[in-house]
Ligand binder design. Structure first.
Ligand code: ADP
Ligand code: ZN
Length: 526
């Protein structure tokens, strides 16, 4: 902090009240702040919206010197700076998009010890001259925000973050505080190793957000299901996550045609386009952002009422972080994940093809598999999700889709055998649509072209609907008995898993997919 009148109380509680206007610290904030006040290092793990910023802002204002905050995103920094300035704190951000006179003003404020808190991008901090320049100043605390960016395992790896390991060498007596909302053990270990902070005190908040109403449904009619979800939230903000840039554009267009106000967001947009979209999102107007995972960090609108995933997230961590952008105001928010067998198979297939090092690939694979298991789970989603982060919720949440509509199961051995032999007899060259047609005895063009009406499996599944068969296929993919074969989405057998099922050596239980429409479930929840 900058020098202040000697009479002013600079205890954390006083600053919290005087500067921020809050009456008390929340949860682990008080202990984290105390640790930094004592000059010790800390690692803070809180879900998005948990209140991480105060953990470094308060000590920065209480201790002598300027607080230095490393942050990966310009938009995020600018937001924080604007908010702090409103509170009368002299804060600034140093990044690549500054005008020359801003830069000069910031430098002069730093030189005359007038700046309370300086946000800085890692590139800027590590650029020649900056460290040497800052080394001459007195720092109150060094905060490393979004610290998971240092981990190569994470989905937001920033190689520049690795350079932050040099900081204690330059600022030996300045406490460091690393903050993140990414919870898994591996990322946490990585952060502590990479920052050489093994000794840091750790503050790990519960990730349970009881205002998030999670639902996960098989994808039957993507567009309809999406609209049903958004319909009742037309006067609110929603985020729809898609697996590709093209899809965000396509979905946004189709939503606009149907009377929603929707904008795409992905890494391929120009900086101006991104800024314009973010500005509208933040303005408080009702809006649907259709985005890739590029729409992530720094999304700080409290009243997002709904997050929809149209494609499978890469891991439970990524998924939880994305749905965590809803309901930051503590009010009820709904989330929906739509998943299908082809998506699952494709996600695995892409991972196979990636040229990441083997070790990393295995890790990514394990995460994807736990994500897939989550979608097929028959018990409380919230419990299942939290258990991915090593947290036990002792009672079921009572408001996820599985809690609301308990899932029933059936002996699916025979159905599975029919699907697997249909795949085998069509030479593992067809996708789910064709397989369902064969099983249901439909003489489609493709069926007659390949003379599949003469197969012994033709029509053995007449009594069930196409959706039902696709549900069975999807669950067999999720179990790993079926995988994508080659380029065109053809499904093939994974012999080791498929054979015992085909031979009747293994009986399998399948879940009855929900038949109630989403609209019913949503209104039942209300
Ligand atoms: P995070 O960085 O963990 O996502 P923030 O630091 O942005 O979360 O805080 C989320 C919201 O909670 C902000 O609006 C903030 O003002 C509010 N908040 C944080 N701590 C407190 C507190 N002790 N009392 C009241 N509101 C708080
Ligand atoms: Zn539940």
């Amino acid at each position: 902090a900058t020098p202040s009148p000697a009479t002013e109380d600079r205890s954390p509680e006083a600053v919290l009240r005087r500067v921020f206007g809050f009456t008390a610290f929340r949860g682990l904030q008080a202990d984290a702040v105390d640790t930094v006040m004592r000059g010790e290092d800390a690692l803070v793990l809180m879900p998005t919206g948990g209140g991480k910023s105060l953990c470094y802002q308060v000590p920065a204002l209480c201790r002598d010197g300027m607080g230095l905050v490393v942050s990966p995103l310009i938009a995020l920094m600018d937001d924080q700076v604007a908010a702090l300035r409103q509170l009368g704190v002299n804060a600034a951000a140093l990044h690549s998009e500054l005008e020359d006179d801003d830069l000069a003003r910031i430098r002069s404020d730093i030189a005359s010890s007038k700046l309370d808190i300086l946000y800085i991008s890692p590139e800027r901090l590590l650029s020649p001259g900056t460290i040497a320049y800052l080394a001459k100043r007195r720092l109150s605390v060094i905060a490393i925000d979004e610290a998971h960016c240092i981990s190569a395992w994470g989905h937001e790896f920033r190689p520049e973050y690795r350079g932050l390991a040099a900081l204690p060498g330059v600022f030996p007596n300045v406490p460091r505080i690393a903050l993140t909302a990414t919870a898994d053990q591996r990322t946490r270990d990585d952060i502590l190793d990479a920052l050489d902070m093994r000794h840091a005190r750790q503050f790990i908040a519960s990730f349970h957000r009881s205002n998030l109403f999670v639902s996960v449904r098989p994808k039957t009619q993507e567009t309809r299901q999406l609209e049903d979800m958004l319909q009742s939230r037309k006067d609110a903000a929603s985020i729809v996550y898609c697996g590709s840039r093209n899809k965000t554009e396509r979905v946004a267009r189709s939503l606009n045609e149907r009377g929603f106000r929707a904008l795409p967001f992905h890494a391929g947009l120009s900086p101006q386009e991104k800024r314009a979209t973010l500005t509208r999102f933040r303005s408080g107007e009702p809006i649907v952002i259709v985005a890739t995972i590029a729409f992530g960090m720094g999304i700080d609108r409290p009243d997002v009422r709904c997050v929809v995933h149209l494609d499978m997230p890469a891991s439970p961590e990524a998924y939880y972080q994305q749905i965590g952008r809803a309901g930051r105001d503590g009010q009820r928010a709904d989330t929906l994940l739509l998943y299908g067998g082809e998506d699952i198979a494709r996600a695995r297939h892409w991972l196979e093809l990636s040229n990441a090092p083997d070790r990393e690939k295995r890790e990514m694979h394990a995460r994807l598999e736990s994500m897939i298991a989550l979608t097929e789970s028959v018990s409380c989603r919230t419990q299942a999700l939290l258990s991915c982060f090593g947290e036990t919720l002792s009672v079921a949440c009572g408001h996820c889709d599985n809690c609301k509509t308990p899932v029933s199961t059936f002996d699916g051995t025979e159905a599975a055998q029919k699907v697997l032999s249909a795949i085998y007899r069509t030479n593992q060259r067809f996708g789910a649509v064709h397989l369902a047609a064969v099983l249901r005895g439909k003489k489609t063009d493709a069926v007659t072209r390949h003379a599949h009406q003469h197969l012994s499996v033709f029509g053995v599944g007449r009594e069930q609907s196409e959706t039902w068969w696709r549900g069975v296929i999807r669950q067999l993919i999720a179990r790993g008995a079926i995988r994508i074969n080659g380029e065109h989405g053809a499904l093939g057998l994974v012999t080791d898993i498929a054979r015992p099922i085909l031979r009747g050596e293994e009986r399998i239980l399948l879940r009855n997919d929900p038949t109630a429409s989403l609209r019913e479930v949503v209104s039942r929840n209300n």
